[in-house]
Design a protein around this ligand. Structure first.
Ligand code: ADP
Ligand code: MG
Length: 714
C-alpha cells in the first residue's frame, strides 16, 4: 500500500482527543489567566507604582524609568507564581513572523546556588542581533546592534507549554541608529499621527473633553486545516504552505455546502482548544465557522485597540500553528493553498474612537444631520482615493498575487463601498447640504411564529476591498498570513493626511459654521467620488469602468511596489513621522527581496517534486502500460501518457532555463519582473502537464496526496 493510502486508512481510524478538562475550565474563570492584566498588576505592584503604570498604559503619561525596577519585581513575582522559569522579549521583525529569544531568570550566587533575577533593565530593554533580521540595508552584517524596547500598551503574558512557562514581554525593535526595524514602531507612530489630526477635527466640533483618538481593529481570520499525515507527504505544503501541483477534486466548493455548515468533530475539537488557549491569553476569540472552501475555516475576535489587536492576531496565528498538530492537523495560513477554490484573507474591521468611547464612524440614526460623522467619513474616502496606490502596495506579496482579483477576493483596484444609505447622503452632500437619510424598515416573514426582523438601511457588498459596515470600515483585501501592522500603518497614515488637510481648512472657519463645513466636504466629495463603487467588484465591467475613472489597478506585487517609492509616498510618511525616507526604502527593499525569494523557493520545490516524484511515477505507469499493449485502447493510453511525459520533461527544462535567466536579470526588481513574466508561466506550464498526468496515472503509483483527499478526508 502506498504511503498515501496508509495515511488515509489511519485517518479513518482517527479518534478525536479531548486535550483539556473543559468542564472544570469552561470560560470566564480562565479568561486572562496568563496575562499580567490590571487585577494582577494591582495584586503584584505597590499601589503608587500600580497607579503610575496604569497612567502610562492608558496613554496619559510616558513611562518613568524610575519605577522600572519596581514594576519588573512585580512582573517577576507574578510570573514565578505561575511557574515561569524564563523570560523573553517578543517582537515583530520585518520577516512577517514574530521573534523571541529566551533567557532564564536563573542567576548564580557564587555559593553553588542561584536566585531568580529580573531587573528593570531586563524588562525595558533587550539586545538581539539586529544584523540577522531583514533590515533593508539599515544594518550591515557587521553592524549588529539593535534593541528591543518594552511596549507598555501591549499586555505582558505567559507562554504556557506542556514543559514549562515563559514570561513574554511584547516589545518594539529598533536599530542602534534609532530606525525602526520592525512592523510595530511605524504602526504605533501612525496611530499617534491619526490621533493628533483627528483631535484637531474634533476640537473644531467643540469636543474639548476627549484627550486621545485611536483606532480599533477586529480581524476576521480565514485559514485552512488539512490532515497532517497527508499534508506531510507534500513537500510543497511543508515548504511553501501551498500546493504547487494538484488536479482539481471532482467535487470542489460548487455545492456551497461548506460555508457555515456543521463543523466536524475533529475541527471543533481544534477550535475549542484554540478558543480556550486564546481566552487564557486574554484574546477575546468570539466567532468560529466553516468558510466557503472545503477545509477552510474562520475565527474572529472582538475588536481591540489596534496596538493590542495586531499583536493578538500574531498570537492567534502562532497558536493555530501550534495546536493543529495536537489534533493531527496541519494549519495553512497561505492566501491560496489550493488552486481553483477560494483562498484566505483577513478582513480588518477598522474604526476610530476616542478615549471616552465615542466611535467616530458611527453614523447614528440620521447620518445626513451628523456633521461630525460626515467629516470623518469624507476624510476616509479621500484618504483611500488619494493613497489607493500605497494601500494596494501595503497588501502586496507573492501569496496575494494568487488571490486578489481571482473570483473570490476583491480586485487589486482600491474602491470604497458605502451602502445605499450613505451613498445617497454623499450624493446629496456633493451638491450641498444633505437633508435626509434613507431608513431601514422591517421584514415581515409571513409566518406568525416568526419575529418581525428590523431591516438595515443598507445591504452588504462582499466584493468590495474597503466596505463600510454599519459603524466601521472593513479592509477586506488583506492577506490571511499578513501581519496587520503594515496595512493598518498605511491606512492610518492615509487618513491622518486627509484629517490634517481637513483640519487645516476647518481651523480657518468659525466653530459652528456648518455652511462652510458643507462646502468643504462637498468639494472633497466631488474631487474623490471616483473611488466610490457600489457594484460587483469581481466583474469585468468594473475593471473597464475603473480604468475610465483613472483608478490604479496594479495587478501583481511587481506592479504594486513602485508606489512606495514615489515622492508622494515619501512625503506622506515623512510628514507624519511614520517612516523616514530610509525606513520606507528599507521596507520596499525587503518586499522585493522577499518576493523573489518566495518565487525562487517555489520554483525549486516544483522542480524537485517534478523530477523526483512525478517523473518516476509517470515512468512506472508507462512501464505498467507497456504490458497491456495487446489492447489497442491501452496502447492509446500509453501513447497519450508518453506524450504528456515528454511535455512534462520539456516543461522541467523550460522552468530551469527561465529560473536561471531570472537570476541573471541584474537588479532585484528586474529579477522579480522576470519571475512574473517568465518563471511563473513556465511553472504553470509544468503544473498543467503534471496535473493532467495526475488524472491518468494509476492511483496506486501517484505519490502526492490529491486535492480530493486533502480537502475532504480529515
Ligand atoms: P459584521 O457582521 O459587520 O462583519 P461582526 O460583529 O461579525 O460584524 O464583526 C466582525 C468584526 O468586526 C469583529 O471582530 C468585531 O469585533 C469587529 N468590530 C465590530 N465593531 C467594530 C468597530 N467599531 N471597530 C472595529 N472593529 C469592529
Ligand atoms: Mg468572512
Amino acid at each position: 500500500m502506498s504511503a498515501r493510502h496508509t495515511a488515509i486508512e489511519s485517518i479513518s481510524n482517527h479518534q478525536v482527543a479531548s486535550t483539556q478538562d473543559y468542564l472544570a475550565h469552561a470560560g470566564e474563570e480562565i479568561y486572562g489567566q496568563y496575562v499580567f492584566h490590571e487585577a494582577a498588576q494591582r495584586q503584584f505592584l505597590a499601589k503608587p507604582i500600580f497607579k503610575r503604570l496604569r497612567r502610562t498604559i492608558e496613554g496619559l503619561e510616558p513611562f518613568d524609568p524610575v519605577i522600572a525596577d519596581a514594576v519588573a519585581h512585580g512582573v517577576k513575582e507574578w510570573a514565578l507564581s505561575h511557574g515561569a522559569t524564563h523570560y523573553t522579549h517578543w517582537f515583530v521583525p520585518m520577516t512577517g513572523s514574530t521573534a523571541e529569544k529566551h533567557d532564564s531568570f536563573l542567576s548564580p550566587t557564587g555559593d553553588g546556588q542561584t536566585i531568580a533575577e529580573f531587573s528593570g533593565r531586563n524588562l525595558l530593554q533587550g539586545e538581539p542581533d539586529a544584523s540577522s533580521f531583514p533590515s533593508g540595508g539599515i544594518r550591515a552584517t557587521f553592524e549588529a546592534r539593535g534593541y528591543t524596547a518594552w511596549d507598555v500598551t501591549s499586555p505582558i503574558y505567559l507562554q504556557v507549554e506542556p514543559n514549562g512557562v515563559t514570561l513574554t514581554i511584547p516589545t518594539a525593535f529598533v536599530s542602534f541608529t534609532g530606525e525602526a526595524l520592525d512592523h510595530k514602531i511605524p504602526m504605533l507612530r501612525s496611530q499617534e499621527a491619526l490621533g493628533t489630526q483627528a483631535l484637531r477635527v474634533l476640537r473644531w466640533f467643540d469636543n474639548t473633553s476627549a484627550s486621545r483618538v485611536f483606532t480599533n481593529i477586529g480581524p476576521e481570520q480565514e485559514y485552512f486545516l488539512v490532515d497532517r499525515r497527508l499534508a506531510e507527504q507534500r513537500p510543497d505544503l511543508v515548504l511553501t504552505g501551498r500546493t504547487l501541483f494538484g488536479a482539481p477534486s471532482p467535487k470542489g466548493q460548487e455545492l456551497e455546502d461548506q460555508y457555515f455548515g456543521p463543523i466536524r468533530e475533529r475541527i471543533l475539537a481544534f477550535m475549542m482548544d484554540l478558543d480556550r488557549e486564546l481566552w487564557r491569553l486574554g484574546i477575546p476569540a468570539k466567532t468560529r465557522h466553516n468558510e466557503v472552501a472545503p477545509g477552510q475555516f474562520e475565527m474572529a475576535p472582538v475588536y481591540e485597540p489596534t496596538s493590542v489587536g495586531s499583536d493578538h492576531n500574531m498570537i492567534v496565528l502562532s497558536m493555530m500553528r501550534r495546536l493543529a498538530p495536537r489534533h493531527g492537523l496541519m494549519f495553512l495560513s497561505h492566501e491560496k493553498p489550493f488552486a481553483g477554490i477560494n483562498g484566505s484573507g483577513k478582513h480588518n474591521n477598522w474604526s476610530m474612537g476616542t478615549d471616552e468611547g465615542e466611535n467616530l464612524l458611527d453614523p447614528g440614526h440620521d447620518p445626513h444631520a451628523n456633521a461630525q460623522f460626515l467629516a470623518f467619513l469624507v476624510a476616509v474616502i479621500r484618504g483611500v482615493n488619494a493613497h489607493a496606490d500605497i494601500l494596494r502596495a501595503s497588501i502586496a506579496d507573492a501569496g496575494q498575487d494568487h488571490r486578489l482579483g481571482a473570483n473570490e477576493a476583491p480586485p487589486a483596484i482600491m474602491s470604497v463601498f458605502l451602502g445605499s444609505q450613505l451613498e445617497d447622503v454623499i450624493e446629496q452632500l456633493e451638491k450641498g447640504a444633505a437633508s435626509a437619510s434613507k431608513k431601514g424598515g422591517s421584514l415581515e416573514l409571513g409566518v406568525t411564529s416568526l419575529p418581525v426582523l428590523p431591516k438595515d438601511a443598507t445591504d452588504r457588498n462582499r466584493t468590495s476591498p474597503f466596505a463600510f459596515t454599519g459603524n466601521k470600515f472593513e479592509f477586506r483585501a488583506v492577506g490571511s498570513s499578513a501581519p496587520i501592522y503594515w496595512p493598518q500603518t498605511v491606512l492610518n497614515t492615509a487618513v491622518a493626511d486627509s484629517l490634517c488637510q481637513l483640519a487645516d481648512e476647518l481651523e480657518k472657519l468659525d466653530h459652528g459654521d456648518f455652511e462652510g463645513l458643507t462646502s468643504i466636504l462637498s468639494r472633497i466629495v466631488r474631487a474623490n467620488k471616483q473611488v466610490l463603487f457600489e457594484g460587483n467588484n469581481y466583474s469585468e465591467e468594473w475593471h473597464a469602468e475603473a480604468a475610465r475613472r483613472g483608478l490604479p489597478n496594479n495587478r501583481t506585487t511587481v506592479d504594486a511596489l513602485p508606489a512606495l517609492t514615489t515622492q508622494k509616498a515619501k512625503d506622506v510618511f515623512a510628514k507624519f513621522g511614520v517612516l523616514s525616507e530610509r525606513e520606507l526604502a528599507a521596507r520596499v527593499d525587503i518586499n522585493w527581496e522577499r518576493y523573489v525569494k518566495v518565487q525562487n523557493i517555489e520554483a525549486n520545490c516544483a522542480l524537485d517534486m517534478a523530477r523526483t516524484m512525478i517523473v518516476p511515477a509517470t515512468a512506472a505507469y508507462l512501464g505498467q502500460l507497456a504490458g497491456g499493449s495487446a489492447s489497442k485502447g491501452i496502447a492509446a493510453v500509453a501513447e497519450h501518457v508518453a506524450g504528456l511525459a515528454d511535455r512534462l520533461v520539456d516543461a522541467i527544462h523550460a522552468l530551469e532555463h527561465a529560473q536561471h535567466a531570472a537570476h541573471e536579470a541584474g537588479s532585484v526588481q528586474a529579477e522579480a519582473r522576470a519571475f512574473v513574466d517568465q518563471v511563473i508561466p513556465a511553472q504553470n506550464a509544468l503544473r498543467a502537464a503534471a496535473d493532467e498526468l495526475e488524472t491518468i496515472v494509476s492511483d496506486e503509483l501517484w505519490p502526492l496526496p490529491k486535492y480530493r483527499e486533502l480537502l475532504f478526508q480529515y
